[in-house]
Write a protein that binds this ligand. Sequence first.
Ligand SMILES: Nc1nc2c(c(=O)[nH]1)N[C@H]1C(S)=C(S)[C@@H](COP(=O)(O)OP(=O)(O)OC[C@H]3O[C@@H](n4cnc5c(N)ncnc54)[C@H](O)[C@@H]3O)O[C@H]1N2
Ligand code: MOO
Length: 401
Amino acid sequence: MSKPGLMPVEDALDQLLAMANEQRLPDSEPVPLNEARGRVLASDLVATLDLPPWPNSAMDGYALNLADLHRQPLSVSQRVYAGLAPDALLPGTCARIFTGAPLPNGANCVEMQENTEVLEDGRVRFLQPLKVGQNIRAQGQENRVGDTLLRAGKRLGPFELAVAAGQGMTHLPVVRRPRVALLSTGDELVEPGQPLRPGSIYNSNRTLLDHWLRELGCEVIDAGILPDRPAQTRLKLEQLQVAADLILTTGGVSAGDADCLGQVLRDNGKPLLWKLAIKPGKPLTVGHFGTVPVIGLPGNPTSALVTFGLLARPYLLRIQGVEEVMPLSFTVNAGFDWAKPGSRREYLRVRLEGGQAALYPNQSSGVLLGATWADGLVEIPENSTLRMGDPLRFIPFSELF
Ligand SMILES: Nc1nc2c(c(=O)[nH]1)N[C@H]1C(S)=C(S)[C@@H](COP(=O)(O)OP(=O)(O)OC[C@H]3O[C@@H](n4cnc5c(N)ncnc54)[C@H](O)[C@@H]3O)O[C@H]1N2
Ligand code: MOO
């Protein structure tokens, strides 16, 4: 049970995905393969070629017909390199053949050269028992014409793009990039390159999220830094709603006097979520400004990181049509004791050491450096204590990109 008044993480995720299902991007565009990485396939990829297109040799060696084996040694009637179209196999002979080369008609077996002996007159003796089909890669063993190779909604990485290349494709239809307006809020923020004033800090969240959004296929509209002023906040959101599919903000969502992003959303917009049973990240605020969805991440860098990775990321993938939006996770053993149960589900930065999860020593949500040290997050359920060695859910950071 979460603390009363705080929304459990599952409920927040359900609400975000329900919102994403209403906001799926309908448009697609063809893009060259070398620009398609990280994009989402807009329609099924159907094979136009059998792969392999013809039976071929899996080994460097000799192609023969087993019916001829009783007359061995066999003379070599042709040499078949990859890229050549062979003649039919002359009865009573074998063909020198190389890996990937098409199998001559009439051959039904390939023997690797290591298991043969070449006599002085050039004939070949086969030294091991042989079987029909041995070392032959059948036509269509990977796929047949008309097979669906990739489904719409698949995120395209090197494997998927290589499959498309194997079909001779130069372009793929992908869902248009979500346009995300990225807005940092806080009077204290200064961009790197600018002089620091007393009381100011550099804006690190913008860099974190700008890169992460691009990894997730988004186009980023850099909306800059917004001071903690309600009127300016309202005006900025009004301007951004015209151009953006989503307004993503950091900071200004907790309960302080200067936390005006959340306040403006609650007063002017339609808040959907606020106050989650998650640590770090409790003040995550989700709503609409006009018709545009707004995800307001907390300003603390690790709160922004955790809530973006676990909640905003699934939203952004789902609006692009991705079904499987949850990161893979697995069970590891705690390399620490956890004596004090919390009312929020807690995500800790850990490194896997000797099969156990070791904690970064400072788990403050204001400390970003732990994320560069860690391999991922472990999840401590609400109201739980742990002993060293207890099982825990581990989410690798690599799953969050
Ligand atoms: N009275 C209460 N105070 C706070 C509560 C609460 O429930 N009651 N919640 C705390 C929690 S939990 C969090 S998390 C923070 C989140 O606050 P905000 O989202 O309003 O964020 P800010 O106050 O604007 O900033 C928090 C912290 O992060 C730094 N920051 C902000 N933006 C950036 C940026 N772009 N790059 C680097 N660092 C940034 C900022 O300077 C602050 O130090 O509220 C607690 N308070
Ligand atoms: O939940 Mo806040 O994100 O603890 O720091």
